[in-house]
Design a protein. Structure first.
Length: 244
C-alpha cells in the first residue's frame, strides 16, 4: 500500500514538473524568443521626446530577430524580415507605408533631425502627398530587398523597388522606379518611372536626369508588383500564425 502511494506521489510530482517545464518553454518561445525587439527611445540632445514604434499588430509581421526602435510608423500588411533594423532613435520620424516589405538584413536609419529641441532643417525632407517632413519616408508597396540600406534624409515613393545591397542616402526616388542591385544613390532626385542599372553610382543630378525610362520591354518592369504581392501575403500568413 505504501509502495503504491509512493509511486502515485512520484508520478504526480513528475507530471507536475513536466507541465511546468512545458509552460516555461512556451512562455520563453512566445514572449521572449518569438517577439521582435520593439523599443522606445530615451531622452538625449537629439531626441527630445520618448517615442515607441507604431504598427498594426493585426496585419503586420515583424520577425523575432528584427529590431524597430523609436519614432517609427509602420502601415498595414507590412513584412519585416529577419535581421532587419529600423532605427528611429536619431533622425525622426521614419514612415513605412502599407504593403511595403523590409527584407533580410535591411537597415533604415537617418541623420539626427534636431539638436536640443531645434530642428535641423536640411536633415528632413517633405513628402508631397502627406505634406509632412520625414527623416525617412518609405511609400506604399515599396520593396527594400535583402541587405539594402536607406539612410535619411530620404524619400522613396510608392511602388518602387530597391534592389539587393543597394544604398540610398540624402535622395528622393519617385514612384514606380527600379533601383537594381548594388547601386549607390546619393544626393539626387530620381523622377518617376526610371531605373538604375545594377552597380551604378548616381551621385550627381546630371546622372539622375540621364537615367533611362522604364519601357514596356524593360526586363524588370513588373518586379516590384511580384515582390510586394508575395511579401504582403507573407505578412498576413505569419501574423495569423505567430502574431505580429
Amino acid at each position: 500500500m505504501n509502495n503504491n502511494k509512493s509511486l502515485g506521489n512520484f508520478i504526480l510530482i513528475f507530471s507536475s514538473q513536466i507541465l511546468i517545464s512545458v509552460l516555461l518553454i512556451f512562455i520563453y518561445h512566445k514572449y521572449i524568443i518569438e517577439k521582435p525587439h520593439i523599443l522606445e527611445t530615451g531622452n538625449n540632445s537629439f531626441t527630445s521626446e520618448i517615442s515607441r514604434p507604431n504598427l498594426d499588430t493585426k496585419t503586420d509581421y515583424i520577425h523575432p530577430t528584427a529590431s524597430i526602435i523609436g519614432k517609427v510608423f509602420i502601415g498595414h500588411q507590412v513584412f519585416v524580415a529577419p535581421q532587419a533594423s529600423i532605427r528611429g532613435d536619431e533622425g525622426v520620424p521614419i514612415y513605412i507605408g502599407d504593403k511595403a516589405n523590409i527584407q533580410d538584413g535591411v537597415v533604415i536609419h537617418a541623420l539626427e533631425t534636431e539638436e536640443h529641441g531645434e530642428e535641423i532643417k536640411n536633415h528632413l525632407l517633405e513628402e508631397h502627398k502627406l505634406h509632412k517632413k520625414f527623416a525617412v519616408y518609405i511609400g506604399n508597396k515599396v520593396s527594400l530587398a535583402h541587405q539594402s540600406q536607406v539612410h535619411g534624409p530620404a524619400i522613396i515613393e510608392d511602388n518602387t523597388f530597391i534592389g539587393m545591397q543597394a544604398f540610398v542616402f540624402n535622395s528622393v526616388i519617385e514612384e514606380n522606379c527600379v533601383i537594381e542591385p548594388a547601386s549607390v544613390i546619393i544626393g539626387v532626385h530620381i523622377p518617376k518611372n526610371h531605373y538604375v542599372k545594377a552597380g551604378s553610382i548616381i551621385t550627381s543630378q546630371a546622372l539622375a536626369d540621364a537615367l533611362p525610362i522604364i519601357s514596356e520591354d524593360y526586363q524588370y518592369k513588373n518586379i516590384n508588383k511580384a515582390v510586394t504581392g508575395v511579401n504582403s501575403q507573407l505578412a498576413i500568413t505569419y501574423n495569423k500564425k505567430y502574431g505580429y
